[in-house]
Design a protein around this ligand. Sequence first.
Ligand SMILES: *Cc1c(COP(=O)(O)O)cnc(C)c1O
Length: 385
Amino acid sequence: MIKGIFPIEKFEQLDTPFYYYDMELLRATLQAIKTETENRPFHVHYAVKANANSRLLREIASYGFGADCVSGNEILQALECGFPPEKIVFAGVGKSDKEIHIGLDNDIFCFNAESIPELEVINHLAGEKNKKARIALRVNPNVDARTHKYITTGLGENKFGINEEDLPATLEKMSGLSNLKMVGLHFHIGSQITDLSSFEDLCVKARKIQQWFLEQGIALPILNVGGGLGINYQHPNHFPLADFEAYFRLFKKHLMPEPGQKIYFELGRSIVAPCGSLISRVLFVKEGIQKNFLIVDGGMTDLIRPALYQAYHHIENLSSIEQNEPYDVVGPICESSDVFAEQRSINRAKRGDLIAIRSAGAYGESMASRYNCRDIPAAYYSDLL
Ligand SMILES: *Cc1c(COP(=O)(O)O)cnc(C)c1O
């Protein structure tokens, strides 16, 4: 098994746990996306919720990408880190008045609106400021993302988006809301999608809905197909980049944009997950009856994905080249779900060894909590160590 390239001597000087970001890999990822999109009517808005770390945001903004935000504070963070307001979109089922004000006051590009009551409130608040708010309607496309149920968002009845059956009533309502300007449709079917046929289903559905709008005499300058492209968590060293080539080719082939129409993407995980690792130190090797536990100083407060969605992360012992042994890799938090991996084979470990939990750049640092009064993990970067 190849180990990732890590500056282990430098890590020895640092307090653990911490996030380590490989900036060369982030740049290679951003360049790959740029290459696939620059000669097409495609625009990528990075989903800030995947990781709002300001160093990463600045790097992503420098490639010309926009930001997809799901809270008022994410909008402020994106602006602070160099994303221009005309490249910011704002999604979310529950936007507070305060957050809508933030969007309006900063003239963001558009609100991805998810319900009639939300449209009414945005219309009202925009009217008070004598502004017109640009709106993309988030439609629930009823497409199966074939991923974990907690990260499926576009199937059947769920809290996200407007159901297709409700579109006529929504349009009718919008025609009376004079401070709104419809700019397009928005979809998002889920996350960590590796079976690309789900995106093909989305394209078919998006075209069908677009056709219905055309029949109502409404052209849509923008189709926003959301994010969700998955990465290979099993083999981060062999497959460090998501398959951007296949992903964008699929949309080119199956969405067939109208002349002048723009396709927006909101990638989060596939941009930042591969470049991040949670680096943690072995506190104790505890010998059980049937198995051995590797108790490490990082826990679910630093990286909650395994506890929250039974997510798999590749784990390496950076300090050992001894033979592999199976361990349950667990954190110190007082919760039984604070387990990174069960019966995972890694190089034989001892107290003080450094371990890397790989592909942790997305939904890792951004989901860290202070449960048990723990510190929020620090972040270090390959080019600043
Ligand atoms: C979370 C989210 C994304 C990003 O999803 P990834 O799986 O990280 O690519 C994009 N759009 C919306 C609306 C989201 O909620």
